[in-house]
Design a protein around this ligand. Structure first.
Ligand SMILES: Nc1ncnc2c1ncn2[C@@H]1O[C@H](COP(=O)(O)OP(=O)(O)OP(=O)(O)O)[C@@H](O)[C@H]1O
Ligand SMILES: [Mg+2]
Length: 246
């Protein structure tokens, strides 16, 4: 990282950390100084905000550690035969309780071949993309996760589709940059640091995969957004190639 981009990174991170910390301090101070004047309902409301802001800090620190790891030579990939369905089901089980009003529609044929990927990193990719689909879609909508053979020979394509606000074509590249968020009502409502897609793109490419996005209007104020990731099929040749690199 150059000095300028390092300084920009530190200044953005400091700002991102300061916002939740200021809020945690503010609500804690109010509770300490006005404890006797506050009724139970307000005490609970303030504690809920403190909890939410702490969660935001934890997510931010975890994402920043993931960004630092991307640049570290020690962060090696462990390529293994990986079953797509197993990973997608694990991720959805983890997300269902957090987004109970969402419907997750999985369309993965049992005949789909396994891919060659780092299992933990592949799970992180699916978690980031499926959680984004849940966060940036309208209430009570369906999130579709499908897998099929890609047009690219020897690759599997995974599509994650949701119904939300259109991502304009001008922003297709920007959303994969560090700390970038698109300002709209759904983004304002959801918490996030704008690091998820940056981390995702980096690890997808380290696994010899590709990632792209396409957003199409289906109504005046609704759009279908699809994120596509492609990974190499696990066969004897791909396995041998990765062994050679290690
Ligand atoms: N499925 C989607 N539909 C519409 N907009 C999306 C979708 N996924 C991402 N975006 C937009 O791209 C921005 C960047 O996404 P990214 O995952 O990098 O960050 P985040 O979700 O804001 O925060 P983080 O993932 O770090 O918690 C989001 O803030 C949102 O504006
Ligand atoms: Mg995200």
């Amino acid at each position: 990282m150059s000095n300028q981009s390092y300084e920009d990174f530190i200044s953005t991170v400091s700002h991102e950390l300061r916002t939740p910390l200021t809020s945690i301090r503010g609500f804690t101070q109010t509770m300490l100084t006005s404890w006797d004047k506050l009724d139970d309902e307000n005490k609970k409301k303030f504690l809920k905000i403190i909890e939410e802001q702490s969660n935001r800090l934890i997510a931010l620190v975890e994402n920043m550690l993931a960004v630092t790891k991307l640049q570290s030579a020690k962060d090696l990939m462990v390529f293994k035969e990986t079953d797509i369905s197993t990973t997608v089901n694990t991720v959805i089980t983890l997300l269902k309780s957090k987004y109970p009003e969402k419907i997750f529609d999985i369309k993965i044929p049992s005949s789909i071949p396994t891919i060659l990927a780092d299992k933990d990193k592949f799970q992180q990719v699916m978690m980031n993309l499926i959680e984004n689909a849940a966060k940036y879609s309208f209430e009570n909508t369906t999130i579709e996760i499908s897998a099929s053979y890609s047009k690219k020979p020897e690759y599997i394509a995974l599509n994650i589709t949701d119904v939300g606000i259109k991502i304009e074509q001008d922003n297709y590249e920007k959303i994969f940059e560090k700390f970038s968020r698109i300002d709209n009502p759904l983004t304002r409502k959801a918490q996030g640091s704008g690091l998820g897609l940056y981390i995702t793109k980096n690890i997808v490419e380290k696994m010899n995969g590709t990632i792209s996005v396409c957003s199409e209007k289906i109504d005046t104020d609704k759009a279908k957004t699809t994120f596509t990731v492609e990974f190499p099929i696990c066969n004897v040749e791909t396995q041998a190639r990765e062994k050679c690199k290690q």
